[in-house]
Design a protein around this ligand. Structure first.
Ligand code: ZN
Length: 264
């Protein structure tokens, strides 16, 4: 069994064929998906998707609720209370995605930090793990996580693309690391390829971040370039190659980690 810990299934790019995408995932052995909430609205839609498909695809879909750093200016007392309500739904297994993204700075750094700290508070109050995003903001992200480390139990840095020092800072705080198809890109993924063996097996999880980040090691790529959860084995394959381990081992251990992490 494989578990995809990051899927943006609420994306409009899936609106015509969600059911087929889920069946493709099952056919590829991807039996559980964690759907990512990226705004108050998307978090609600994501929970609705989980509930809508719960008869046809039992125990397959789970959700995170949160506001992506790009949308951080949405975060305030009202949205925080609404997220807290949504977190009570039984489909919800984590708070996020949240964190800092100084690469695009679509929200001001200040707004991102306020939202990030608010999400940590939500994790504290709900007891749920944190699903974290970080791009070009490692220094500040690490400072905030250190300050609040005793406020949350578990956290995963999803779609990790940082450098070695950053990775070890996260690991020193006992965080989990999510690896996407970024690692399958021989050009921009080369740093990550060299680093992935540093991650202890018991801290490693895998994800597609679909519909984004189509794995570049796929032999037959879809014409529409859309990534989907059924392509997750390609991420496992690339990690196995870099670590000189078997694909089976990567699949088994990452699934086991995801089950424990999300309590699914
Ligand atoms: Zn992200």
């Amino acid at each position: 069994m494989l578990i995809d810990i990051g899927v943006n299934l609420s994306s409009h790019r899936f609106e015509d064929d969600r059911s087929a995408v889920l069946q493709n995932a099952l056919d590829a052995g991807v039996e559980k998906l964690i759907l990512t909430g990226t705004s108050l609205f998307e978090s609600k839609v994501t929970i609705d998707i989980c509930n809508f498909f719960s008869d046809d695809f039992p125990n397959m879909l789970h959700a995170t609720v949160g506001i992506h750093p790009h949308n951080a200016e949405q975060f305030n007392i009202t949205t925080s209370e609404k997220l807290s309500d949504l977190a009570g739904d039984e489909a919800v297994v984590a708070i996020g995605e949240t964190g800092l993204d100084f690469y695009r700075n679509l929200a001001t750094p200040k707004a991102q930090q306020v939202s990030f700290e608010g999400h940590i508070e939500l994790a504290k109050n709900t007891g749920l793990p944190l699903f974290l995003h970080e791009r070009d903001a490692a220094k500040r992200q690490i400072e905030i996580l250190r300050d609040y480390r005793d406020h949350f139990s578990k956290a995963v840095i999803h779609c990790f693309t940082g450098d070695r020092a950053t990775l070890h800072n996260y690991l020193d705080m006992d965080l989990y690391i999510g690896i996407t198809g970024w690692i399958c890109d021989s050009r921009r993924g080369s740093d990550l390829q060299a680093l992935v063996a540093d991650i202890p097996l018991n801290r490693l999880m895998i994800e597609t971040d679909a519909p984004y980040l189509l794995p570049q090691n796929m032999i037959f790529k879809p014409k529409n370039k859309r990534n989907e959860p059924s392509f997750l084995p390609w991420v496992a394959k690339q990690i196995a190659t870099q670590r000189h381990e078997s694909v089976c081992e990567i699949i088994n251990i990452t699934s086991k980690n995801a089950k424990v992490f999300f309590g699914i």
